[in-house]
Design a binder for this molecule. Structure first.
Ligand SMILES: [Zn+2]
Length: 241
């Protein structure tokens, strides 16, 4: 097991030496979380077909002096862990997490956003092209999140949204945190090429009124083999390591 952990950390994540499993292998840097973590299951998931994520906290300052308090800063890692479980259904792993933050001084105008401003945000800031960008913001006025469908792997591409933008949950209850995971999986699912589904129990939810904004709830947890195949065809997908 130990050999496997070190070998996977080195070959898949590029880390070696004194490891913290939670921090360096799972990528969870924001403190404890209300999730059971299985190292063995995680290693299997990240060794297979997978992609990397770059997560921005928009308006964060060290010491939680910005727009994020510690509980809100923990939300994305909980959401990532839920997304990992959901995507495991179709054999798509979330391998490496790059963390970034935009200080309040540089986040002016991005406390509260609509869809057009979400696009501006992804044009103004970018993480490494090695991972898909996800921006956590305080408030989105016209949806729970925004993402381009089948988004680019070139973050410098202008005139389009080059990442997903997600609103933090208003509550830190486990139910809200779990829903935040479904929301993350939904928006990143769009970026990986998925359209809305026609059933509420699917991660991609339904859009019965056809306004382009899907509806999801706590039961939106399923993915189909066909959706998995679409995701695996995205430019960000990396082969097994
Ligand atoms: Zn949607």
């Amino acid at each position: 097991m130990k050999t496997s952990l070190r070998a996977t950390a080195a070959s898949c994540l590029g880390v070696s030496g004194k490891l913290s499993v939670r921090r360096d292998v799972f990528g969870y840097i924001w403190g404890p979380m209300d999730r059971r973590l299985s190292v063995k299951t995680h290693l299997q998931r990240i060794r297979g077909t997978a992609f990397n994520l770059c997560v921005f906290l928009v308006g964060h300052d060290p010491g939680f002096g910005g727009w994020f308090d510690q509980d809100e800063a923990r939300q994305p890692q909980h959401a990532i862990d839920v997304m990992r479980e959901l995507y495991a259904q179709v054999g798509v792993g979330v391998r490496k997490i790059y963390w970034r933050y935009i200080p309040v001084a540089e986040a002016t105008g991005y406390f509260s956003l609509d869809g057009a401003e979400a696009t501006d945000l992804t044009e103004d800031f970018s993480g490494p092209n090695d991972g898909l960008d996800v921006f956590y913001v305080q408030l989105i006025t016209d949806a729970g999140g925004w993402s381009k469908r089948n988004g680019s792997c070139d973050k410098n591409k202008t005139g389009e949204r080059t990442g997903s933008v997600i609103e933090v949950q208003g509550s830190n209850s486990t139910a809200s945190l779990n829903f935040g995971g479904i929301l993350l999986a939904h928006e990143v699912g769009h970026y990986l090429g998925l359209a809305h589904a026609d059933t509420i129990t699917n991660v991609m939810g339904s859009d019965t009124d056809g306004d382009g904004i899907g509806t999801i709830n706590s039961t939106s947890v399923n993915l189909t083999t066909s959706q998995g195949n679409t995701m695996k065809g995205h430019c960000s997908i990396k082969s097994a390591c």
